[in-house]
Write a protein that binds this ligand. Structure first.
Ligand code: FES
Length: 137
């Protein structure tokens, strides 16, 4: 539905910041999204997670959001919408690259510029080092 609505809303000529979208979740099939690097499909990476003074390394599949890998490892990370919109999971990507589906890319300009991601809708495309909020280890 959003694929239909986005061009229709753009025709109105209003700034995009005035629109809010409610997404139910991030895609379960990122490899079907435009721009997904097909060569990483099915690969496994290592994420070094920093939270406060703690640090650990966890496995992550290229086909799952970074947040899912973090939670599976038993690390409590903040989240709410799980679709890229609220920013509650906002984390700093220190090393590595991620794929963010276009429909879930709702970061502020400054966050993009300074290397922040929303782990709930970011898929690893390399080994990562990420700094997540909170001290919940
Ligand atoms: S939980 Fe809302 S942006 Fe990640």
């Amino acid at each position: 539905m959003y694929k239909f609505l986005k061009p229709e809303i753009e025709k109105l000529g209003l700034p995009e910041r005035l629109f809010r979208r409610k997404l139910i979740d991030v895609t379960k099939t990122p490899w079907e999204c435009e721009g997904y690097p097909q060569e990483v499909k099915g690969k496994q990476f290592t994420i070094t997670v920093r939270q406060g003074p703690q640090e650990c390394s966890i496995p992550a599949n290229a086909d799952e959001p970074v947040l899912v890998a973090i939670e599976r490892a038993g690390i409590k990370a903040p989240s709410r919408c799980r679709a890229g919109e609220c920013g509650w999971c906002r984390s700093r990507l220190l090393v590595g690259t991620v794929f963010i589906p276009q429909e879930n890319e709702m970061r502020r300009w400054a966050d993009v510029h300074y290397g922040y991601i929303h782990p709930c809708c970011s898929f690893p495309t390399s080994d990562l080092t990420i700094e997540i909020p909170g001290e919940f280890f």
